[in-house]
Design a protein around this ligand. Sequence first.
Ligand code: PLP
Length: 425
Amino acid sequence: MTVATGFDVSAEFAAEMDARDRLAKFRERFHVPKAPDGSDCVYFVGHSLGLQPKTVRTYIEQELKDWELLGVEGHFRGRNPWVSYHRFLTEQTARLVGAKPVEVVVMNSLTVNLHLMMVSFYRPTKQRHKILVECGAFPSDQYAVKSQIQFHGLDPATSLIEIRPRGGEATIRDEDLLDLIEREGDSIALIMFTGVNYATGQAFDLAGIAKAGHAKGCVVGFDLAHAAGNLGLKLHESDADFAVWCSYKYLNGGPGTIGGAFVHERHANSPELPRFAGWWGHEEKTRFLMGPEFHPIVGADGWQLSNPSILSMAALRASMEIFDEAGMEELRRKSVSLTGYLEFLLDECGSPKFSIITPREPERRGAQLSLRIAINGRAVQQRLAEEGVLCDWREPDIIRVAPVPLYCTYKDAHKFVERFVAALG
Ligand SMILES: Cc1ncc(COP(=O)(O)O)c(C=O)c1O
C-alpha cells in the first residue's frame, strides 16, 4: 500500500497542501538555518539533529537565573527545583512513547543507557547466552552488545546472532525475523532490536517481536533512537522489557542532550535484578541521609546514576512542550502524508540513478526515506548541502532524507526533489 494517490507534481499542489496543513504553524517555533541565497534551508536532517525550538533560550535562561541568584539553593528553592527536575519531563515522555510514568526516565545518553539496561537484562546462562541484533545495527549498538558479551567472558562469534536481509534485498522481512526467533529462541538471552533502522529507515513491529521473543523465554529490548518522536509508540502495550533512545534527533533536545529509557512496569520493583547503582537512583526521601545501602526508587527512575544536567533537560523541555501541544498522533498523520508525498515525487521523476530502499508501506517506516545512489552519491549530497538543501550521507551509497512533520513543509519536499534531480545530472 502507498499513500501516493491524490498527489500531483505541481508546485501549486505543494503550496495548497501547506495551506491546508493544521500543523504548519509549528514551523515558526523553530530556528530554521538559512541557505546561501538567504532563504530557509530545506532541513531534511531532523533524524540526525533536530532544529532548535525558539523557546530553548528562555528555558535555559530560567535555570541560569536561579543558579545566578540562588547558587546551590537552586536544588531546593529554585522555581523548578533541580533535585527533582527530571520529573518535569516524566509525564510528557510517557505520553510520547506510550508508557506509564513509572516506566520512563530521562537520563544519561543512549549508549550509556543501553549498557545500563544490558547490565540488568542481559543475564546469559550456559544454554541461553546469545544476543540477537539486526545486521548493520548502528555501530555503537554493535560495540555495546559485543562488549557486553565479552564482559560476561563469552565470544561474540558464538554468542551474537545477526539477522540480515535476504540476498538482493535491502530490508529484513518480518517473517524471517519471527522464524529466526522461533528457531533459535531457546539459546537467545536478549533480543536487542532497533525501532527504526538508521540506514534503511525500516520500522519494526515492536509488539510482534516482543511477543515472539517472550514466547521463547527471551528478554526483549529496543533502541528507539530513530523511533522516539517519529512513530506513534505504544511501549507499555508492546510489552518490551526495556527501551532506550536519544533526544537530539526527532526530539529536538539539542546536540548531545540527555537521553531516555523505558523499563516495563513489571520490573519496577525487582530487587533481584542486578544493576549498576548510583545515588540518583536511590529513593528520594532517604537519599540525603547518605547511608551506605542502596535502596532503588521504584520504576525506571531507580536506574539513574548521577544528578543530571539541568541545562540539557531545560532545552529538552522546550521541545517536549511543543510535542505535547502538537500531539504525536497528529504528527504521525502528517508524517505519513508528507513522506508519502516525497516518495511520490521521487517515483515520478523516474530516474534510474537512484532507488528508494526504505519499505513502501507507511507502517514499516517513519519520516525517513533512504535513497541508494548508483554513482557519485557523496558529490550529490555535497552539492545539495552547498545549496542549503540538507540531507545526509551514509557509506557506502545512501542519502537519507527525513521530512520531519513538526517543521518541514510540502514545498520543502518539492524543492528537494527538484534540486536532487538536478544534482544527479
Ligand atoms: C540507532 C542509534 N543507536 C545509538 C546511537 C548512539 O547514540 P549516543 O551517541 O547518544 O550514545 C545512535 C546515534 O546516532 C543511533 O542512531
